[in-house]
Structure formats: C-alpha cells, structure tokens
Design a protein around this ligand. Structure first.
Ligand code: CA
Length: 438
C-alpha cells in the first residue's frame, strides 16, 4: 500500500495559479491522468494531467525533455492516444511521473518557458475514453444497494445468502462506454408490462442512473496466476466516476437466471480524469465487515485491507431537466453518498476477480456497483430513491421525476476532503438521455 510522501504535502502550491483555489478538484496534490486534444481540431488525442484549470500535455512535456529516467519513460508512454502503455508500466513508473510532475509544477520551481508551453486550458479541450478497455466487469459492492433493490424484487428475501461471502459481479460491455458529455438514446427492449403474461418491445420507461466508481487496471496478471490481495493495489492504476445507466424494466424481465444483459449494455459514462491510488493515499480508511457478518475468506483478507482498504470519497449525483435548463434552474442534487460504505474493497475486487486464474489486462475497467449508503438520501439510483417508482423525486421548479425522461442530464461528482490533507476531486461525469429511436 502506498505511503504518504512529498507529493501529498498539503502546504504545496503550484505556479499554475488556478490550482491553488480552495475549490479546485485539481490541486498539485492530485495530478490525475486523462487523454485530450484541443476541441474542433484534428489533433491526435494524447495523455494529459489536470492541474487547476489547465492540462499538462504529456506528449509535449516528454518531447521537451523536462523529465528524466523512469518519469520520462512514463511520460513517453502517456503520449499515445490511450493510456494503456502507461498503465502497463506499473506503480513505480506512475509514481516517478507523479513526483516529477509535482516538482515541475509546484510553486518555487521556476517554470521554464518550455514547460508553460506544455499547458492547454481545459476550457478548450475535449476528452476521450482514456484507455482501450478490453474488458469491463461490474461488481455489486454496496450491501445497502443490494438490500434495497433486493427488497423491491423479493420483499421476503432481499439479500441472497451468497452476498456476504462473494464480491458479486458480472461481465459487461466495454464497447458502449463513453466519456463525460456522452449523449445516448433511450434503449429499446423487451418489457413485461405489469400484469401481462407476454412482453412487448418498446422504449424503456424506467431508465435509471447508477452512481459508481470505475477502477482502471494497471499491469495485469498471466492467465492462471491469481493476484493475491496483498499485491492487488499494485495492479490498480486509478479511479474515476462511473454512471452505469440502467433500464429497470428491461432488467426485471431479462435478469433471471444469468443476470443483467441489454438493460445495462446500451451506454455507460465515465469521467475523463483517472485519480491515481497514490493521490488517494491520504483518504484511506479502515475496512471491516460487521462482527455479526461472515468475515472475509483468507484470499479476501489482509492486515493492510483491514487497516486501510477503504476509501473516503464523497459522491453526488445531480439532475437537470430540459425545463430546468431552459429557465436557468440549477441542477438538483439527487443523493450524497460515500465510497467508505462499500461492503467490498478495491483490493478484494481484484483478488476475487483473479482467484480462478482469470487474467486482467492494463486498461480493463471494474465498476464498483451502485454506491448507496445506509440512509435513504444516500441511495445512488432512482430505483431506490423513489422506492421502486412509488415516491417521485420533487424538483425545485415543481417538476417530478420517477425515472429519467428524454433530455434529462445527470452529473456525478466526487471529492476527498479531510483535516491535514489537500482536498482533491474527480471532476464531473455528465450524460444526457436522447429520445428512443422510432
Ligand atoms: Ca452497475
């Protein structure tokens, strides 16, 4: 597990003035990675690092020869249009690049003109999915979400007996994952109307969000060689926000016995910036199962995971309808939750995924599952917030929502904050629902 070092020093400031704002998501202590280019150009996408309201162009930086050794190697790897090569280099290289960038960007370092020329304002940039995602696996790590949803489908048996033993997951589609700003059509599918015995085909009427975190894998493992829980986080590159849009009516009809399929695979949206595990080091929290619950089996247990396997990440979802947008009404917060409530940690997801010998690859994406907390205002999906569609969400302009309507925009946000550490954030993850294809 990563220990604190000079890059986390809360006293550090940057000569990039906007990075010193108390409200920025991207102070010099964060340094998250993404891929970008200037909007409305045919420039190649390349790796970048967020600092305040600017992006450090890693392709330009590595050409400028501003970094040495392993940090230079890592910046070169990040010059490509996807970050897979950087992810494959492993934690020593990621850390060397972070340290090199921190030293170049901090106040007191005289910024060479060549370095200033490597900055691109975020306001003129567009982003792409930062990795070639070979495989996407979605977990189900919130016991609160699993219980709330289970209660709607099976009132007398909400939580299935395997839940507290197995980090439940399924394999999703990588092809339909898009970056923040994604607009997608309302999906069509088979739906069983209430009381009917035969399904109809039509647009989903129960389109929902899932507020999750995405986990991008670094260097993978060979087929047949599990990743032990002690080493699991060495294989994790970083985290992003993840909205795993879901069609509840399609899901309810199709999910038995093999789990979600077309109810989930039409679109998922990630935030452009990947916050590294090193940047998250000040925000580790202890992890445990309640004493009355089954304790993790040995391959899912370690002293480090118990001491600091959890992450204190605040997460919110906001909704803005077309009418709100038109009349300038600010987005309405649907929920505020925290990743520390998860029942399984990042390390446990990786250890479990590979215990059978399954090989993960750099750039693979793991979803945390909907991160609902213990109270009803921490429910991270409309299905839960509206109690299965029975209690509409009241919006500030008098509108109501049970599920998403056409034109609705949802923005996820995430941030970490505590005494003695610089506040860091994830930026935002925005997606908009378009009408179904006729
Ligand atoms: Ca999901």
């Amino acid at each position: 597990m990563i220990t604190l070092n000079e890059t986390h020093d809360p006293a550090l400031r940057s000569w990039v003035v906007s990075a010193n704002s108390p409200t920025t998501d991207f102070p010099v202590q964060n340094l998250p990675f993404g891929v970008f280019r200037r909007r409305n150009t045919t420039e190649a996408f390349r790796g970048g690092v967020a600092i305040g309201d600017q992006i450090v162009d890693l392709a330009a930086l590595s050409s400028a020869g501003a970094l040495q050794g392993l940090a230079h190697t890592a910046a070169q790897a990040a010059s490509a249009d996807k970050l897979n090569a950087l992810m494959d280099l492993g934690p020593q290289a990621w850390s060397a690049l972070r340290l090199g960038l921190s030293r170049l960007l901090r106040e007191g370092a005289a910024p060479p003109p060549a370095l200033q020329a490597c900055l691109v304002p975020m306001a003129v940039a567009e982003f792409d999915v930062p990795a070639r995602i070979g495989d996407y696996t979605d977990f189900y790590t919130s016991v609160h979400h699993a219980t709330n949803v289970g209660r709607l489908f099976r009132p007398d048996n909400p939580l299935l007996p395997n839940y507290k033993w197995v980090p439940i997951g399924y394999h999703g589609r990588a092809s339909s994952i898009g970056v923040s700003g994604q607009q997608f059509r309302r999906p069509l599918g088979q739906i069983l109307p209430p009381g009917a015995t035969q399904p109809v085909v039509g647009p989903s009427k129960r389109l929902d969000i899932e507020l999750e975190l995405g986990v991008f894998m670094g260097r993978g493992n060979d087929l047949g060689e599990p990743i032990g829980i002690e080493a699991a986080e060495d294989h994790v590159f970083g985290l992003c926000l993840f909205n795993d849009w879901s069609a509840r009516d399609i899901q309810a009809w199709e999910y038995q016995p093999l789990g979600p399929f077309l109810a989930k695979s039409f679109a998922s949206t990630i935030s452009p910036w990947l916050v590294t595990m090193e940047a998250l080091a000040p925000f580790r929290v202890p992890f445990s199962h309640p004493p009355e619950d089954p304790q993790p089996l040995p391959y899912l247990d370690s002293a480090a995971n118990r001491a600091s396997g959890g992450l204190d990440i605040e997460l919110s979802a906001e909704l803005q309808t077309p009418a709100m947008r038109k009349s300038g009404v600010a987005p309405h917060r649907l929920c505020l939750t925290n990743y520390r409530h998860a029942y399984w940690t990042v390390a446990q997801m990786v250890a479990h995924h590979t215990v059978n010998g399954c090989n993960l690859n750099a750039g693979d994406l793991l979803g945390s599952g909907t991160l609902s907390g213990p109270t009803s205002d921490q429910a991270a999906a409309l299905l839960e917030l509206t109690v299965g569609g029975k209690q509409p969400v009241q919006l500030p302009n008098g509108e109501q929502r049970v599920f998403l309507e056409d034109g609705d925009t949802v923005a996820l946000r995430g941030w970490c904050q505590r005494e003695g550490a610089a506040r860091i954030g994830f930026g935002e993850c925005v997606g908009t629902v378009l009408p179904a294809r006729v």
